[in-house]
Design a binder for this molecule. Structure first.
Ligand code: ATP
Ligand code: MG
Length: 655
């Protein structure tokens, strides 16, 4: 019997209702932006619970952790039942949860470290160095490049050679060396009990492949699998879903092919296009009403995407009345004027009563916003950045976390090095020696931290100058895992700070006070976690996805600055799309290569940007730009602006 009291007919339109109340089975909901796809998925979860499904049997997959949290919150608000046994999250976080329980099947311990992009770069760097490849060729690809190459290969489920030939043909003369690096990289990860982000998915799929009983166990558990933003799933993600759906086949995916914008990460539109072929019994639902945007913005978005060849025909009609203004097209003299215009406009809007949380500035690439960041800071307009350097990626945060990671997983070589190099007199060479000593101890391979680090390490051959620091470090490690059992994360952080790190920070950074505050926040944040393992895996997942800075105090509301990529699925009352110059957006690369598929993806990105706006949309571009080496040059407005009928926008004269 229904327990929520939701009137599904009253809160959903007919098309949405049909999907929400559909008979169990495979279902594809395909519809344009702002038509209520995510809302439909949320109500579907409520519907299932209302009709007797146990939360334990539901798996909800979304693109960001934040989206997962918000959806679960909304369901909780609709139905007051305990949802802690319902699994929801990103593919990575769900894979992590599964792997933590069965890592031993893959030769890992449950305490494996998740490496972020910096960690993987430094691991690759040390391999390149060890193989002396950088000495043999001064043009050997940098760790960043190798890292993206490996990642792309993993996400597309392709081999290194194939990926190299397709995506990095200009590196093919390095093929053999790159294969060597990759081989070492795979080995090193296993040796150090570490996985990178891509491994989470790769390994969970491997686990299910090799251990059929585990696949069947989870397959039997998840009676209902629901996936948002399905158009951006990659090969591995769709494999993962297909493996889990084998038992029950009750899989509802929602998406919009016109919003597929992650092919550079291996996302494959084919997954959504071929869904009904892979699930022949699947029902398809279409929603043709847009609830988000005023008709003027909707019309512009339709015109913007019309130039794309590759798309499923979709009609969208607006249900909202005419808005307060047509989309504004605002040419500005240069970057600085663009920043000034936007910050002035934002100030006016806030004064007129617009909630700062309802304002977003979106751009093609993070660096397009540098000038604006400075201008907003000068004007004291609070903002949050959902792209770029994040709280958890700052050096001091990573330093203290290295201590914890090492204690939790004493095979974590990168964390060990990072930690010991904080001591005076210990450089990379010395760190290498110390690691070799530690790696030779049998305790290094144990499942848990040793009874006493100091008993094992105190006599390691450190230079005289480093001796006091080294002793201090050994005692601190003991405090972090007294008797071989890790302490709770908050007390670990306090110990690290008091014993070694605070003093180090005073000499290492000019903004000591700010950083000290950050670490206090971090310790506060860690309070909600019971174990260090739990805290660390949350941290790694946070740092690399979407979440906003946890540090800044934005309680009074703040404007959002974001790349369009990271804005997908979200909406704001007022949206500024900035930097609309040819070569910036669309990206110069697709123009130069005459890459039609690439250009279409840029256009979808433009469409995603426009469709984030509910009430007001500003399209801005600077006419002149400065070159890094000095001098200015004129820029053409984006070709995407030429493609839309002039009548759909109103040009503003600002200067
Ligand atoms: P996107 O493609 O950008 O992810 P979406 O299709 O997932 O968009 P939602 O975010 O679910 O769309 O909905 C867009 C907006 O429309 C939200 O503010 C939502 O609350 C509202 N909305 C959707 N359906 C209805 C409805 N039946 N009645 C009232 N409001 C609705
Ligand atoms: Mg959505």
């Amino acid at each position: 019997a229904p327990i929520s009291g939701i009137d599904y007919h009253a809160t959903l339109n007919e098309e949405q209702y049909a999907a929400v109340s559909s008979e169990p089975g495979a279902a594809l909901v395909i519809a344009g932006a702002g038509s209520g796809k995510t809302r439909t998925l949320t109500y579907r979860v409520a519907w299932l619970l209302d009709h007797g499904t146990d939360p334990w049997n539901i798996l909800l997959l979304t693109f960001t952790n934040k989206a997962a949290r918000e959806m679960t919150e909304r369901v909780r608000a609709l139905i007051p039942i305990d949802l802690s046994r319902l699994w929801s999250g990103t593919f990575h976080s769900i894979a992590n949860r599964i792997l933590r329980q069965h890592a031993d099947y893959l030769g890992y311990t449950p305490a494996f470290t998740i490496m972020d992009s910096d960690d993987r770069k430094s691991m690759i760097k040390s391999i390149v160095k060890a193989l002396k490849l950088d000495e043999k060729s001064s043009r050997f690809p940098k760790p960043e490049v190798l890292s993206s190459l490996f990642s792309l290969a993993d996400n597309e489920g392709a081999g290194i050679q194939e990926t190299l030939e397709n995506a990095y043909p200009y590196l093919s003369n390095h093929l053999d060396a790159i294969l060597d690096v990759h081989e070492q990289y795979v080995l090193r990860k296993q040796e150090t009990n570490s996985m990178d982000f891509d491994d989470l998915l790769l390994n969970v799929v491997r686990l299910f492949q090799e251990q059929e009983h585990l696949r069947a166990l989870y397959g039997a558990r998840f009676h209902h699998i629901l996936v948002d933003e399905y158009q951006d799933t990659n090969y591995l993600q769709s494999r993962f879903i297909d493996m889990l759906a084998r038992e029950h086949g009750q899989l509802m995916v929602v998406g919009d092919d016109a919003q597929s914008i992650y092919s550079w990460r291996g996302a494959d539109m084919e997954n959504i296009l071929s869904f009904t072929t892979r699930y022949p019994s699947a029902k398809t639902f279409k929603i043709e009403t847009n609830y988000r945007s005023v008709p003027e913005i909707l019309e512009l978005s339709n015109a913007a995407i019309a130039a794309n060849e590759m798309q499923i025909e979709k009609r969208l009609r607006s249900v909202r009345p005419t808005g307060e203004m047509p989309p504004a097209l605002v040419p500005l003299n240069d970057d600085r004027m663009q920043a000034k215009f936007i910050s002035q406009r934002i100030r006016d809007l806030i004064e007129e009563g617009t909630d700062p949380n309802e304002i977003a500035v979106l751009y093609r690439a993070h660096f397009h916003s540098m000038e604006l960041q400075m201008e907003l800071t000068r004007s004291e307009i609070p903002f949050r950045i959902t792209s770029g350097i994040r709280f958890f990626e700052q050096a001091h945060i990573k330093d203290v976390v290295a201590f914890m990671r090492f204690v939790v997983n004493p095979r974590d070589e990168l964390s060990f090095r990072r930690m010991v190099m904080l001591l005076p007199g210990i450089g990379p060479g010395m760190a290498q020696k110390l690691w070799a000593r530690w790696a030779a101890c049998p305790e290094n391979r144990a499942e848990t931290p040793p009874e006493s680090f100091s008993a094992l390490m105190m006599e390691f051959p450190v230079p005289a100058k480093s001796k006091p620091g080294w002793m201090q470090l050994c005692y601190t490690l003991d405090e972090l895992a007294p008797g071989g059992k890790t302490a709770n994360p908050a007390s670990m952080l306090v110990s690290i700070n008091e014993a070694v790190y605070d003093e180090y920070m005073q000499s290492a950074f000019e903004n000591y006070d700010q950083r000290r505050q950050d670490l206090l926040h971090l310790a506060g944040f860690s309070e909600r976690f019971d174990s260090a393992e739990d805290f660390l895996s949350q941290l790694s997942l946070l740092g690399n996805t979407d979440d906003e800075s946890a540090a800044a105090d934005l309680s009074g509301g703040a404007v959002t600055l974001s790349t369009i990529h990271q804005a997908k699925g979200l909406e704001w009352s007022v949206v500024f799309l900035i930097g609309l110059c040819d070569g910036m957006f669309p990206h110069q690369r697709v123009i130069d290569d005459g890459d039609l598929a690439g250009l279409e993806e840029e256009r979808r990105l433009f469409y995603v940007g426009i469709t984030r706006a509910k009430d007001q949309l500003y399209l801005t571009y600077p006419r002149w730009n400065c070159r890094a080496q000095g001098g200015t040059f004129m820029q053409m407005p984006s070709r995407f602006l030429d493609e839309v009928p002039a009548a759909l926008v109103e040009e503003w004269e600002v200067e």
